[in-house]
Design a protein around this ligand. Structure first.
Ligand code: IYR
Length: 234
């Protein structure tokens, strides 16, 4: 039976091209302008938060944000991502312990002087209280390849780009849902696959604590580049 909408059927490797009609409604230009301006203003309020309150978050809002991230475009529509939502405090504590061990080595010199100088204005260090204080952690894995039924490895395409776009959409969705997040990239991140029992084709990409800012939360005083610094129109 031929599908009638884009949602009724998921193509798999080697399937033929089977297009379906797509006629989304247009909104008036004035409405686009108003929505884009509002979104710009709301996104400009987003800040990365490093000190979290232990207060719980509405879990379904986090799941919805992950579902939103998973609508991201991806190379060959392979959707090469897995999101692990870690709520268990014992697992968060294990992640923190392993992350801090690696980070201590990094901040004690592995990063190098130039990198440490770049981080100084942000006030980061090897102590990662957010990993245990935030009520939820989203660990994003990229699926470097996929495994066939007989165990053969098959390539995924543009994995970094695809997962990067999905994480951008995740951060946007969390912010618009009124939640706060931090994009944490402990390095190296190999321990995450072990702690979370993920398969060998998955590689950790980022750890994203989600919650609300602690009462005494502070963020670095910084400004973003202006539009004219980042946009060239030809
Ligand atoms: N991964 C380390 C160091 C770090 C690196 C960059 I680039 C940052 O923008 C922030 C931190 C850490 O998480 O502390």
């Amino acid at each position: 039976m031929s599908p009638t909408t884009a949602h009724e059927w998921t193509p798999t490797h080697g399937d033929p091209y089977r297009p379906v009609p797509y006629h989304p409604a247009r909104i008036p230009a004035a409405e686009s302008l108003a929505r884009a301006r509002e979104l710009r203003e709301r996104m400009d309020e987003r800040r990365t938060v490093r000190q979290f309150s232990p207060d719980p978050v509405p879990e379904q809002a986090v799941r919805d944000a992950i579902a939103c991230a998973s609508t991201a475009p991806s190379g060959a529509h392979q959707q090469p991502w897995t999101f692990v939502l870690v709520k268990d405090p014992a697992v968060r504590a294990r992640i923190r312990e392993a992350a801090e061990q690696e980070e201590q080595i990094s901040y004690d010199g592995r990063l190098g002087e130039e990198w440490l100088a770049a981080l100084r204005p942000l006030g980061t260090d090897a102590v990662k209280t957010h990993l245990t204080d935030a009520p939820a952690l989203i660990v994003v894995f990229q699926q470097r390849y996929w495994l066939g039924e007989d165990g053969t490895k098959h390539k995924h395409y543009y994995v970094d780009e695809s997962v990067g776009i999905a994480v951008g959409m995740l951060l946007t969705a969390l912010h618009l849902a009124g939640l706060f997040a931090l994009t944490h990239t402990p390095s190296p991140m190999r321990f995450l696959r072990e702690v979370l029992g993920r398969p060998e084709n998955e590689k950790a990409f980022a750890v994203i604590p989600v919650g609300y800012p602690a009462q005494d939360c502070q963020v670095p005083g910084l400004v973003r580049k202006s539009l004219d610094q980042v946009l060239i129109e030809i």
